[in-house]
Ligand binder design. Sequence first.
Ligand code: GLN
Length: 273
Amino acid sequence: MRIDAWLAEASAQLEGHSDSPRLDAELLLLSRLGKPRSFLFTWPEHELPEPLVANLAGLLARRQAGEPVAHLTGQREFWSLPLKVNATTLIPRPDTESLVEAALELGLPDDAEVVDLGTGTGAIALALKSEQPGWRISAVDRIADAVALARANSEALDLPITVHHGSWFEPLSGQRFDLIVSNPPYIDPQDPHLGQGDVRFEPRSALTADDHGLADIRHLAEAAANHLRAGGVLMVEHGWDQGEAVREIFRQAGLTSVRTGRDLGNRERFTLG
Ligand code: GLN
C-alpha cells in the first residue's frame, strides 16, 4: 500500500475518534517508519511493506479505542524537544509551553536556582534547561517511574538536571530557589471530562486534586515561603477557570505581585507571585 493511500484510509478510520485524525495517522506512521515528517510529502508513492501495514492496523485500532497517540508512539514533542512518554505521567500539553515562555521572561540571573515540582516527563525542567544552560535545575516527582522517565529524558537530550524522588518540597529541605515552577494536578475529581478522550489513559494522580482541584496548588503556595530566595517567584499552572481562586490562594499565602498569564487560546492558565 502507498503512503498517500494509507494516510487517507487511516485518517478516515480515526474520524470521530480523534480531534486530529490526519495528524494522528501521520505521527503513528512516522513512529514506525523512523523517518522525518518531510518523507510523507516528498515520497507519497512509497510502498509500505505488508507487515508494517498490519502492525499499523493494530495501532489504529488502539487509537480508535481512545489510547493517546503519545502512548502508541512513546514520544511527544514539547518546546521542540522529543520527550519519551509513557502511561506513568501526564502527557505534556502545548498549554504548558506558556509557563516556560513566561519563566524565561522573568529576567532571572544566568546561574538561577530553579525547581520543577511534579515534573512527570521532565518537560518544564528540560525546556528551561535547553534555553538557559547556566540555570541549576532540579525536578521532583512522587512517582518512582516518573523520576526514571525524567532522568531518561535528561540523558537522551543531554540536558543535565537533578531529579529527586519525593512529594513536592519533601526532598528539598533547606534549599531555596529563584524560581519554583509546577504543573500540578488541578482538575476537580468530579469533572465529567475525566471520563472522555485521551485523559482516561493518564494517571489520575497527575490530573486531579481535592478541594475542586485546588488542594495541591494551595499546598505549593503555603510551602513556597520556606523555599523561595528573596525576590524569588512561584509559578503554577491551573485550569482556565481557576485564575481568581488561585490568585486569592497566593495572596493568602503571603505572596506578592500576584498575576495570571494566559495560554495560546488566550485563557487564564498560570499564576505567579
Ligand atoms: N490541562 C490538563 C487537562 O485539562 C490537565 C493538566 C493538569 O492537571 N495538570 O487535561
